[in-house]
Design a protein around this ligand. Sequence first.
Ligand code: FAD
Length: 510
Amino acid sequence: MNKSFDLFVIGGGINGAAIARDAVGRGLSVQLAEMGDYARGTSSASSKLIHGGLRYLETYEFGLVRTSLRAREVMMRIAPHVVFPLRFLIPITRTQPRPAFVVRLGLWLYDTLSERKVLAPSGRLSAAQVRALPRLRKEGVRSILHYPDVLADDARLTLETLLDARGRGADVGNYREVTAVRLYSDGYLVEYRDNSGLHTTQARFVVNAAGPWATRVLQRVENMERCRKLRLVRGSHIVVDMPEPAHTDAYTLQIDDKRVVFVLPWLKCYMIIGTTDADHEGDPGNVQCSHAERDYLIAAYNQFFNPAINVDDVVWSYAGVRPLIDDDNTNLSQITRDYVLEVEPYGRGGLVTVYGGKLTTHQNLANDVLAKIAGLGAAMGPAWTNDVPLHGGAMDRRQLAELAASETVLTPQIRERWVSTYGSEAAGLFEAVRNDPALGREIVPGVPVAELVHAIKVEDARTCEDFLYRRTKLFLNLNLEQTTRIQTWFKSRLCAKEDTNEHGYSRKVG
Ligand code: FAD
């Protein structure tokens, strides 16, 4: 007997997650399949910015910037544990590609288009503030402008959205690959494979939210002839140790080739430097930062900071593929980051394919997808996601700090890391350790058993990589022997999936 749902979502990246959460909250029955781990595609490989996208003003995408800035406010409200406001600095130099007045105009527009309730407006640093900035090369710098934006944990944002959808009744699963979508009566039969075999689900509506794999998924849909061309554009980042004294601000650097490179303080001890734009051929799941991209990012940093960094300072690098709509633009940075939805009605239902999009606008995208599904005849409730905290988002940062400080179990470091990783859900983890002190035993220093059990039981981790790379970023802190110990623990508990390590999740030992 086939299972039956109103909506089947293909893809457990941020967009599939947001669509599933929104739909189930509006009263649809929803099933979601992710062929690997949640967020294993583009949604764990972004620049991690929930931002308006200052540079999209250059391509006159005012609507996209306004929508994104509003989405930024929403995320700060509903997911305070996965978003981190930062001050971004833009050094204005004599030789930069954009005149200073253009940057100032851009910031004025950015302020005007946003509905800032929490974040400060943009402005200019005083001479004394500029002098106090560590490591910035001051020669040639005429002034430094600043504006606020927000850094997010992209993989956890995706996961929290999926856990929220599940909490509301959606059937959400990873390591489920959709192999075929067949026409059936007045809807679809969706076939997917997981480790227990092949399954079939009946659904009236299907959403293809497979990101860079969207066109490949369409090839698995019976009688599907329409298919847009996607341009797969790789973007890479390098991660280096945070030097002392630490940068507390992020930087938006204008590079001579007119591109922008971000330097982002990350997890207190690291800096992310990125990103690049390069055409990508082949499997979107097999993507790595090339040596040329790495060298480009190192040179971009060194143009503005002293002492210089070199290849040996890079502790990790990662890359992802943007699924952009192919508009034949030769300048890859200028292809729109907005999304397009294609609707294919069928019987009493239909299929919606998502092309493109940004991490920032995932809730808007979900809302638009559901409007298309309503247009195909589905009855559903009104929009709701802008005001309801996400899974783990029930406490603001002050309350989370109080929670960590008031607990007596575990070390202060673990408590602090747990509240910033799991948000308000950390309370349940503390309680578990209080009730069963054996769960507080640290498998490796700083990683108690309770966290691994939670990763498997609540967050669907199936491999060591799922836990160390996407549920947490612990791989950056562990040595090979410690990583192996966690790997062994996972294998003994699950005896199931092989570790893929597709993102190269071990820190490079220098
Ligand atoms: P994905 O995250 O790729 O998810 C698609 C999922 O579908 C994958 O997990 C895949 O495994 C699954 N799938 C595929 N085929 C099947 C199948 N047959 N069955 C089941 N599942 C399947 N946006 C911002 O807002 N801010 C930024 O700072 C930012 N920086 C970026 C930097 C880079 C380098 C890149 C590449 C993108 C950046 N983006 C940014 C864009 C943002 O990351 C993407 O728009 C977003 O992550 C896309 O999410 P998605 O869910 O559409 O795709």
